[in-house]
Design a protein around this ligand. Structure first.
Ligand code: ADP
Ligand code: MG
Length: 502
């Protein structure tokens, strides 16, 4: 007589989590476990773990021909997340545990040889999808806090196969009680008040925060570029609940995993310029998110921008335009969100001292040109705000003069300006393109004249023209003005430092 059992589970591909049926069939014949629908290496490992875990927990590994099918066959799957579902399927098919209990519950979890249930990545995306399908989700104990972030999700926890089976014998499983998501404590980001002087740079930071614009800081070493960049997250509006959920979901599929303590905080990612393309953009045989995705809804800080691999920088153009990236590997495509705010920093020339009053720079115009050309025009064009950051006089640093505005004060203005944008167009100004930009950021005649003059004098490229309008719209929003005026256009023009050349 042959026996059949089916357990529900889910794959993970990027933030997608498609349903998988784990079908287990027992039949007379040569004893052995045959898993189909998984890549070969994953099969071998899963077999060993499942077998050991079942016997470690005091259950019988059936001495029959066991066929386990993970359907549909063509979905990308990685092995370990199905361990628990396979083990439960085998125990059900061999009638060692009741079959009804798991009817509408999906199962995720890796098994240790002793039967412990180990955490797996992507429990939050799976919980969101399971809830939408009307199913509960059984997850490793360590992943419960993460899975519970999914609104409406019915989450079950298990720490150990033996203990889980004992509960199944006692009757229906009981869902975990939802603990309120950790209150969104403001992250311990450094405060803007620490930065002395630098009024223009602080203003640019405020404008960047208000409109979601990307920002490039150009200045000599020690001028405070890194210091300023790290203060941007503290100026940004709080994440909306759906945004917070997306940030958590991205963390949940990343190597580091999701830390509940970071719930509701904007990411700040600062990859080193030696980071590989895969580390920045995402990829790998089982595609994982790169830095640009880990910075989703947050800030991506690229320090020493010209030192990054040029090909990697070129890849940034796609996410800067449409907020996402598609990673292709062999037969598989994975989409990752990547709506980050780019802050980049660079020296003005190879030695770093170009434009410094001390006259220390010895670089030739040619060297400077070549250095700056490492950043392509099309990428530069996508950076709305470009600004020179001069060094602050050492005396000004030492003086214990009254510090400037705190991050909180600036943040209040940013939130007000961002609200105007959301009410008007449903998104930050940074995302306005083409015709929408033209209609929503209508220029007054005076503003039009200012920009046209700059175009004619070649202070502005045609492509940078739209960037300027976008920034001018944000400046008007910060001022609470309905229309974009001449002063807003003139200030926007000042944020094109690299267009003007050395
Ligand atoms: N405007 C400033 N106000 C206060 N400290 C500053 C300022 N500019 C630079 N510093 C000091 O100099 C250090 C170096 O600044 P940093 O941001 O690393 O410069 P950069 O990235 O431009 O090389 C900072 O850690 C800070 O102590
Ligand atoms: Mg620095």
């Amino acid at each position: 007589m042959s026996q059949l059992a089916t357990v529900r589970s889910r794959t993970q591909n990027g933030l997608d989590a498609d349903p998988v049926q784990v079908e287990v069939h027992l039949a007379p014949g040569l004893p052995g476990l045959n898993i189909v629908g998984l890549p070969e290496a994953a099969v071998r490992e899963a077999k060993d773990r499942v077998k050991a875990a079942i016997s470690s927990c005091g259950y019988r590994f059936p001495v029959q021909r066991i066929t386990c099918n993970l359907a549909p066959a063509d979905l990308p799957k990685d092995g370990s997340r199905f361990d628990l579902a396979i083990a439960l399927g085998i125990l059900q098919a061999s009638e060692q545990i009741p079959t009804a209990a798991l009817n509408d519950i999906e199962v995720l979890g890796e098994l240790s040889l002793s039967g412990q249930i180990r955490p797996v990545p992507g429990c939050l995306p799976a919980a969101l999808k399971a809830a939408a399908a009307g199913h509960g989700l059984l997850v490793p104990e360590a992943d419960v806090a993460e899975a519970q972030l999914a609104p409406e999700a019915r989450i079950y926890a298990a720490a150990d196969l033996g203990e889980l089976c004992a509960r199944l014998h006692q009757g229906a499983l009981v869902p975990t009680t939802r603990v309120a998501a950790a209150p969104s404590v403001p992250p311990a980001t450094p405060d803007l008040a620490d930065v002395r002087g630098q009024a223009a740079a602080k203003r640019a930071l405020e404008v960047a925060a208000a409109g979601g614009h990307s920002l490039l800081l150009v200045g000599p070493p020690g001028s405070g570029k890194s210091m300023l960049a790290r203060r941007l997250p503290g100026l940004l509006p709080p994440l909306t609940p759906p945004e917070a959920l997306e940030v958590a979901a991205v963390a949940s599929i990343s190597r580091g995993g999701f830390d509940v303590a970071s719930w509701g905080q904007r990411p700040f990612r600062a990859p080193h310029h030696t980071a590989s393309g895969v580390a920045l953009v995402g990829g790998g045989s089982h595609p994982r998110p790169g830095e640009i995705t880990l910075a989703h809804h947050g800030v991506l800080f690229l320090d020493e921008l010209p030192e990054f691999d040029r090909r990697v920088l070129e890849v940034l153009r796609e996410p800067l335009e449409n907020g996402g990236i598609t990673v292709s590997r062999a037969a598989r495509q994975t989409d990752f969100p990547a709506r980050f705010q780019l802050v980049a920093a660079m020296n003005p020339c190879p030695c770093g001292w170009f434009g410094d009053p001390g006259g220390r720079c010895r670089c030739t115009p040619d060297q400077i040109q070549r250095y700056r050309a490492r950043i392509s025009g099309p990428l530069l064009d996508r950076i709305d705000l470009q600004l020179f950051v001069p060094r602050v006089e050492p005396s000004a640093l030492a003086r214990s003069e009254a510090s400037g505005e705190s991050s909180d004060t600036v943040r209040r203005r940013v939130i007000a300006a961002r609200q105007l944008q959301i009410d008007r167009q449903g998104c930050a100004n940074q995302q306005l393109q083409g015709r929408r930009l033209e209609t929503l950021a209508a220029l007054s005649d005076e503003a039009e004249t200012v920009l046209q003059t700059a175009l004619q004098r070649q202070l502005l490229t045609a492509r940078a023209y739209h960037r300027c309008i976008r920034v001018a719209r944000t400046l008007a929003d910060l001022a609470g003005a309905r229309d974009v005026g001449a002063a807003h256009a003139a200030e926007a023009l000042r944020y094109r430092a690299l267009d003007r050349g050395p």
